[in-house]
Structures are given as structure tokens and as C-alpha cells.
Design a protein. Structure first.
Ligand SMILES: [Zn+2]
Length: 118
């Protein structure tokens, strides 16, 4: 069975969602394919915008869901199996960028209800 990306390259003209420029086959690369589902990266030769697309092939045809990204192909390949970012990761980065002694700030935090005393 031909891969989804080969069908796409041969039978469909794909347009850049950012500028409507058309892709050539060399602008499209497969990151991963499993069965009838493929993750592809495309880079527009006109505007240099990149799109990550999830392709799914069934009896009705090929469904394509795309998302604009600033990742190049190698970034997408490197990050496709990376761990998810959770709330603790975000807080850790925030605290690294904004070092504050939270123990000294505790006395300046007041309950919200105090500002509504009439
Ligand atoms: Zn474009």
C-alpha cells in the first residue's frame, strides 16, 4: 500500500494556509507514519511558514488537520516523543525567570475579602 504522503504528493495540490502559495513535494516531509495516519511537516517556499499536519486516510479519502508552527522539520522530529509540559514545569520556569523569596512575600498577601469591607 502506498504511503499517505506519496498519495498526497501525487494526487493533491496543497496550498499554504498562511499565504496560499503552493507546495511542491520537496517541501513536504513525513515525521512519522503509523498505518493510515501520518504526521507531516511542510514548509512554504513562498512565505517560509511551517505547518504540522496530521493526515488520516480512510474509505472516504484523506483528512488533513494542520497547525501553523515555528518548528522546522528537525525540531518536530526531535520533539514528537518529548514529554508533555505540566503546570509544575511552567511554575519552575516562571520562578527561574522571576526569582522571588516567597517567604518574604507571604505577609503582603491579604485575603480578597479584606478589600470588600464596608
Ligand atoms: Zn506560505
Amino acid at each position: 500500500m502506498p504511503s499517505i504522503i506519496n498519495i498526497l504528493k501525487k494526487e493533491i495540490i496543497i496550498y499554504c494556509p498562511l499565504c496560499n502559495g503552493s507546495y511542491s513535494p520537496r517541501d513536504i516531509a513525513t515525521i512519522e507514519q503509523t498505518g493510515n495516519v501520518a504526521l507531516i511537516h511542510s514548509k512554504c517556499p513562498k512565505c517560509a511558514g511551517s505547518v504540522l499536519s496530521l493526515l488520516y486516510k480512510d474509505l472516504l479519502g484523506i483528512t488533513l488537520l494542520g497547525m501553523a508552527t515555528d518548528m522546522d522539520f528537525n525540531d518536530a522530529l526531535r520533539l514528537k516523543d518529548a514529554d508533555y509540559i505540566n503546570e509544575d514545569d511552567v511554575l519552575e520556569i516562571y520562578q527561574m525567570l522571576n526569582p522571588v523569596d516567597l517567604n518574604n512575600r507571604a505577609e503582603s498577601i491579604k485575603p480578597i475579602g479584606q478589600s470588600w469591607n464596608l
